[in-house]
Design a protein around this ligand. Structure first.
Ligand SMILES: [Zn+2]
Length: 260
């Protein structure tokens, strides 16, 4: 009953949003969004608008954040959960956006209790149970041949963190095998690691080899931004990501469409 009431209130708030013109411009200009058609496209729009309602957007420093910017970030964030549902982004509420790469202040403690302090400028960051922080300049670098997308990267970390921290092992569906997932990603890691050691070109950003969490996040970026390339270079990884995200971004088709 409570959930139905909450949903009714969200539907009313949704009807009051007037962002259609931004939505059309974004869907036409960002190639991954343009792949979804018919019911999948309507679902992407709805998911993006609900993301806007459920998350608080906070401008970092002097950035002037407008509706079009919020809509672009929400649309990119909606893509990874399009075949899942928005509930996969539970447990956190804010998206902070800086104008350019930012140096995080303060220290953070990892799952092993080790305290880190970052001094390098970051394009994005996702805190466990905390905000997602993004650089607007890096968000605009998406949609190119590189398969780069900082929004999808940080959202993949959020999904990964739902089970045992950002370790490259998100909670899998019942019809998937954790052992098969591990074997597939370990074999791909070994292949890419060997290629990097021999100075051969990699099919994805070499940052993937930072650790298993970054491996999953970078491969997820490539899965959505350059799906044909990933399907050709790492077909087993592509199949596992397709089973996890419950969609095939090459055709924009969803495997199952449930309720939000
Ligand atoms: Zn990362």
């Amino acid at each position: 009953m409570l959930r139905r009431l909450w949903r009714w209130r969200e539907d009313r708030a949704l009807a009051r949003l007037h962002l259609e013109e931004h939505w059309d411009a974004i869907a036409a200009s960002w190639p991954p969004a343009a792949r979804y058609r018919g019911a999948a496209r309507a679902r992407l729009r709805d998911t993006a608008l609900r993301f806007l309602l459920r998350k608080q957007f906070v401008p970092g420093a002097d950035l002037e954040l407008n509706d079009r910017m919020r809509m672009l970030v929400a649309t990119m964030a909606a893509v990874p959960v399009l075949g899942l549902d928005l509930d996969w982004y539970r447990g956190w509420s804010s998206v902070v956006i800086y104008e350019t790469a930012f140096v995080p202040d303060g220290e953070w403690e990892d799952e092993f209790g080790i305290v880190h302090a970052a001094h390098e400028p970051l394009s994005g960051e996702a805190w466990p149970q905390g905000p997602v922080i993004l650089s607007w300049a890096d968000i605009l670098a998406a949609g190119g041949q590189e398969g780069y997308n900082v929004v999808i990267h940080e959202m993949a970390h959020k999904l990964d963190m739902l089970a045992d921290g950002p370790n490259g092992a998100p909670p899998l569906h019942r019809d998937m095998s954790p052992a098969h997932w591990r074997r597939t990603f370990t074999a791909a890691w070994d292949r890419l690691h060997q290629a990097a050691e021999q100075n051969r070109p990699l099919p994805v950003d070499p940052y993937a080899l930072e650790d298993s969490g970054e491996f999953f996040a970078v491969l997820s970026e490539c899965f959505f931004e350059a799906p044909e390339r990933l399907a050709t270079s790492l077909p087993e990884v592509f199949a596992q990501l397709s089973a996890f995200y419950r969609q095939d971004p090459r055709s924009g088709s969803l495997r199952s469409v449930g309720t939000f």
